[in-house]
Write a protein that binds this ligand. Structure first.
Ligand SMILES: Nc1nc2c(ncn2[C@@H]2O[C@H](COP(=O)(O)OP(=O)(O)O)[C@@H](O)[C@H]2O)c(=O)[nH]1
Ligand SMILES: [Mg+2]
Length: 322
């Protein structure tokens, strides 16, 4: 199962045909050609919508067709253009041609539109073919066909901060404690199967988005659990919070293992700034927790008891300034 990949088929509209027609008026026995042009087929666009957070809605509907252009009409009337369609996707959606694997584009902001398939051009009516030599052309063009494409959509959530940690470290609790998010908290692994997103504001009211990246376990980079689905999201964040749980295995080891899974997936990710945060200090003896790991300062918090959260938020804001 993969909620952040969707396969859809799109089709732009066919161009309307031009027609062969001659003017017929009461007192004009042999009127000239007046067959109108066909209308262009509708275009298919993909458009960013900040209200969407997943590609799940494509399970219900995965085929999209723009309107066909109308055929031309007598009296040189052009057929109506086919209706354009706008397929809404969340910010962070990358669009690929499923057959060639070629990347078509990427939605990075709200209302961004990418033209995926242009509608077929309408054909010319016979009045367009009138010449001094041929005043009664019997020909008209057919409209061009539309374009049919199979697409693969892949969502890479774009967040400023990603919280990474083993199951039960308190990622969801932390996200809920510092943002507006209301993600599920549970004492069992994989409570979270869809990354949860929350927002805080910096001192200038700019949004800082934070995601809880669930499901990192040993072997995630090789596809264990739902690993790779989630690791994908970390590629985009600006800073990483390693959330460590002193009630589980040794914290140095946790940090090492998490880092290792990320390196195996994509070592470049670790070039991003990160914060090492130790959670649950309310239930462990703080003196037993080191002040640094591998030379990096650690921040000690309790997400549940809201200890040191202000300090953590300040650190997040500072890290984002660079
Ligand atoms: N004592 C204590 N428990 C916590 C703290 N943060 C989270 N928990 C508990 O740890 C468990 C797992 O939390 P959750 O947020 O679901 O972890 P996730 O799997 O990393 O999202 C829950 O029972 C939480 O109540 C904390 O700071 N102190
Ligand atoms: Mg969780």
């Amino acid at each position: 199962m993969s909620y952040d990949i969707a396969y859809i088929i799109i089709e732009s509209g066919k161009g309307g045909d031009g027609i062969v027609h001659f003017r017929r008026e009461k007192y004009v026995p042999r009127g000239g050609p007046d067959g109108g042009d066909g209308g262009d087929g509708g275009n298919v666009y993909i458009v960013g919508d900040e209200n969407l957070t997943s590609l799940l809605h494509f399970r219900k509907k995965s085929y999209f067709k723009a309107g066909d252009g109308e055929n031309g009409k007598p009296k040189n009337m052009k057929g109506k253009k086919g209706k354009d369609i706008y397929i809404k996707v969340p910010i962070g959606t990358v669009i690929y041609n499923r057959e060639t694997n070629e990347k078509i584009g990427e939605i990075l902001y709200h209302n961004q539109k990418i033209l995926i398939a242009k509608g077929g051009k309408g054909g010319k009516g016979n009045s367009a073919f009138k010449t001094p030599e041929n005043r009664t052309p019997q020909i008209a063009e057919k409209g061009e066909p539309g374009i049919k494409l199979k697409l693969k959509l892949e969502l890479k959530i774009i967040a400023d901060v990603g919280i990474v940690g083993f199951p039960n470290a308190g990622k969801s609790t932390l996200l809920n404690a510092i943002t507006n998010a209301r993600s599920k908290i549970g004492d069992y692994p994989f409570t979270t199967i869809i990354p949860n997103l929350g927002v805080i504001y910096d001192d200038y009211y700019n949004r800082i988005t934070i995601i809880d990246i669930p499901g990192i376990i040993e072997g995630a980079s090789e596809g264990k659990g739902l690993g790779i689905e989630f690791l994908r999201h970390i590629e985009r964040v600006k800073i990483i919070i390693f959330l460590l749980d002193p009630t589980q295995t040794l914290i140095n080891e946790q940090f090492y293992k998490l880092k290792n899974e990320i390196i195996k997936y994509n070592p470049k990710i670790l070039e991003k700034p990160f914060l090492i945060v130790i959670n649950k200090i309310d239930i462990v003896n703080e003196n037993e927790i080191p002040n640094e790991i591998e030379g990096y300062e650690v921040i000690k918090i309790s997400a549940k008891e809201r200890i040191n959260l202000e300090k953590l938020i300040e650190k997040i804001k500072d890290s984002l300034k660079f």
